[in-house]
Design a protein around this ligand. Sequence first.
Ligand SMILES: C[S@@+](CC[C@H](N)C(=O)[O-])C[C@H]1O[C@@H](n2cnc3c(N)ncnc32)[C@H](O)[C@@H]1O
Length: 203
Amino acid sequence: MGKFYQKLFAKYYDPFMVELELRLYSRRNELISPLVGNVLEVGSGTGVNFPFYDRKKTKVIAIEPSLPMLEKAKQKKTYPNIELHNIGVGDKALDALVPERGFDAIVCTLVLCTVPNLEQALDDFKRYLAPNGKLIIMEHIHAKKKSKAIFQNVVNPIWKKIGEGCNLNRKTDEVLKQKGFKAVNSSYFKNASLDFYEGVFTL
Ligand SMILES: C[S@@+](CC[C@H](N)C(=O)[O-])C[C@H]1O[C@@H](n2cnc3c(N)ncnc32)[C@H](O)[C@@H]1O
């Protein structure tokens, strides 16, 4: 939608997510706090993940295409080794900003539902990850239960508008596999009536 809605979305995002975030807290912590080295965080939103990075062991480049979300994230920038950029995956200019094979980890939480082209994003991550680099994900995915999956297909066009591009019906777990990402560890869980998939992946 328009710029006004983008601002409104950023303003109310954290209060709207409070309850869900209480249940995601320990999962974020388990996925993010062990990371070391150069990290690319994709779609950092309001900076929810920033407190979980080890400030002594990581250098984070956080990219976020929504300026109002980025402004919120700046308030959660807890240490100098987090660098924020107003750009998204899929933007041509990103290749000039981030080095190929430059990242020990790429972090995507609640973002692969929204990137315009999931397959292309995963191809880009393959170029950005260092050998043995890790892709960290925590994403809601298309429901496994058939009736719920059909419902999600029906409401997706409206949901996508309200949710600033978020899709309810991405089979991110399957696409990761198709793109050659192998799970070091991964798990499915349910939260707020949504199916989630999380884990650590390598190529
Ligand atoms: C639901 S929010 C999640 C934010 C955060 N990662 C979290 O875990 O709370 C999704 C974010 O993805 C961002 N986004 C949308 N398109 C993107 C793209 N092409 N590249 C990177 N981020 C994108 C949105 O602006 C939004 O801030």
